[in-house]
Design a protein around this ligand. Structure first.
Ligand code: SAH
Length: 241
């Protein structure tokens, strides 16, 4: 019998973390775990497969950034560099009223996410196969998301150049970072201002059930991003702002 992450286990862990988990969300996240671990045999989606680990390091970690007041008011959100669907899938499960776009430069994982989201009952998830630097130039994508999230994609200075162009004025870029988030902020502060962002809040939190901590940056879009950004693929890494 393969490992399972039961709906009861998901519900208990999310409730303990103060998260608003519905039966539909618990069911979707339980089924998504099964699909990821099954598919992981053919496509490498994650190195974390044990149910308790998955619950903490993917689901609870993704949901540490959840803020009722921020998400309740949002209609459109983008997860940049979603990989196996994090933090996009857990957040989409908790926010069925938000239309989520999960963006990644790798098509294989997105095909899995697209099929699986539907089969586990997440009707509010669509995928976008693109490099962020290119998609952010398209009028249909630029400055139209209430929320943009990103975890484990790039250093903050680089990530800000990719993410802030997608955020509408007044919207929020949420960067999920590890314990070294503080150092990244020092290197990113100038870039964030140049791109039209302003740090609203930075929160360091323990990851429940572990001795690890995470830092979440909430960056508000206070001015339009100059048209020159993001620069062409590869430039942000070579010449950080
Ligand atoms: N956010 C996921 C995946 C992290 S791995 C998680 O936390 O588990 C980083 C992902 O970002 C990879 O899937 C990679 O394809 C994607 N990525 C990196 N640079 C990108 C870019 N410029 N545009 C789009 N996707 C990118």
């Amino acid at each position: 019998m393969p490992d399972q992450l039961t709906e009861a286990a998901v519900t208990a862990a999310l409730q303990a973390a103060g998260l608003p988990v519905t039966p539909a969300a618990a069911s979707a996240l339980s089924a998504y775990y099964t699909a990821v671990t099954d598919t992981n045999r053919h496509i490498n989606l994650t190195a974390i497969t044990e149910p308790e680990d998955f619950l903490r390091k993917h689901y609870l970690d993704s949901l540490l950034c959840y803020r009722q007041e921020l998400f309740a008011a949002a209609e459109k959100a983008l997860d940049l560099g979603t990989g196996g669907g994090f933090p996009g899938i857990p957040l989409a499960a908790l926010t069925p009223h938000i239309c989520w776009t999960l963006l990644d430069a790798t098509a294989k994982k997105l095909r899995f996410i697209e099929q699986t989201a539907r089969s586990v009952g997440l009707e509010n998830v669509r995928v976008l196969h693109a490099r962020a630097e290119e998609a952010a130039k398209e009028p249909m994508q630029r400055e139209c998301y209430d929320i943009v999230t990103s975890r484990a994609v790039a250093r903050l200075a680089m990530l800000a150049e990719w993410a802030l162009p997608f955020v509408r004025l007044g919207g929020t870029f949420i960067a999920l970072k590890g314990p070294r988030g503080e150092e990244e902020w020092a290197a990113a502060e100038r870039a964030v201002a140049l791109l039209g962002g302003r740090l609203r809040e930075r929160v360091t939190l323990p990851l429940p059930g572990t001795d690890e901590s995470r830092t979440v940056f909430y960056i508000e879009k206070v001015a339009p991003t100059p048209k020159a950004y993001p620069r062409k693929p590869g430039i942000a890494a070579k010449k950080p702002l």
